[in-house]
Design a binder for this molecule. Structure first.
Ligand code: ADP
Length: 248
């Protein structure tokens, strides 16, 4: 290992190292590697079925890779998952929400599960309710809220334990344009202090939010760099997306 490798691995908050995952004999992702340094907002872009959720589930320790390793803030998510999870907030696609609970009871439940108690628990719930602007719906059943509010409840839950790394699976999917703008605004604000990997199949999301884009298609990384580089040679993002996601 060179000195430079040592430095970059110390700075990396999210690391995928040669990740491969088979479902039965179907290979969903193959040799996926990237590193996200502290403070970056990275869009994980790709068409449906490209392998984004699979990669994110491995990074968050919900799924074991067939081979390769995943690290969050230096913690291997196969062998040291709890330490990694302390640093991580994961919003799965469609969020793990409970329709009969209210945002308040859900946040209390997850605060307890995270081991928060007393004044700290109260302060953290108050902080995320404010951060995600949930005050007006705090006592309503989650199942009765709009998709936009449900997504905000999911974000509030993810932020409870003050993680410094966020992994968000399609955070704007199914929202209307106003809700999309609000969620992007929240992500941008969070990005000032946190490292964020968010998946999307929407090109505009990349332009609107990301410092860097990792494009995946058919389970392989096809591009990793700044959005401006993706658009190079005067071609539109749309044209490059088509070119890079075409079957190999
Ligand atoms: P994305 O999030 O980019 O839409 P996924 O990671 O969900 O992609 O899926 C990648 C590929 O793996 C797809 O072809 C999908 O059908 C397949 N896949 C995902 N989950 C499973 C599973 N549990 N069993 C079998 N195949 C799966």
């Amino acid at each position: 290992m060179t000195a430079r490798d040592t430095v970059s691995s110390a700075e990396a908050m999210i690391e995928a190292d040669g990740l491969t995952k088979y479902y039965g004999d179907f290979i969903a992702i193959e040799n996926v590697s990237f590193r996200v340094p502290r403070g970056e907002i990275v869009a994980f872009l790709g068409p449906n079925g490209a392998g984004k959720s699979t990669t994110m589930k491995i990074l968050t320790g919900y799924l074991a890779p067939t081979s390769g390793s995943a690290r969050i803030a230096g913690h291997d998510m196969s062998t040291d998952r709890l330490a990694g999870a302390e640093r991580l907030g994961y919003l799965p696609e469609n969020g793990p929400l409970y329709p009969d609970m209210t945002p308040r009871s859900l946040l209390e439940f997850f605060a307890d599960a995270r081991g928060l108690s007393g004044e700290r628990k109260k302060a953290r719930i108050e902080a995320v309710v404010k951060q995600c602007e949930l005050g007006s719906v705090i006592g309503k059943a989650i199942g009765k809220l709009s998709k936009g509010y449900r997504q905000r409840v999911g974000m509030a839950q993810v932020l409870l334990h003050e993680p410094d790394v966020l992994i968000l699976d399609e955070p704007t999917s199914g929202l209307d344009p106003n809700q999309i703008r609000e969620v992007r605004e929240t992500i941008r604000r969070l990005g000032q202090s946190k490292t964020i990997l968010l998946s999307t199949h929407i090109l505009q999301e990349v332009e609107a939010l990301a410092d860097r884009v990792i494009l995946i298609a058919e389970g392989r990384v096809r591009f990793d760099g700044p959005p401006a580089e993706l658009r190079r040679d005067g071609r539109s993002l749309d044209e490059r997306f088509q070119e890079l996601t075409r079957s190999a």
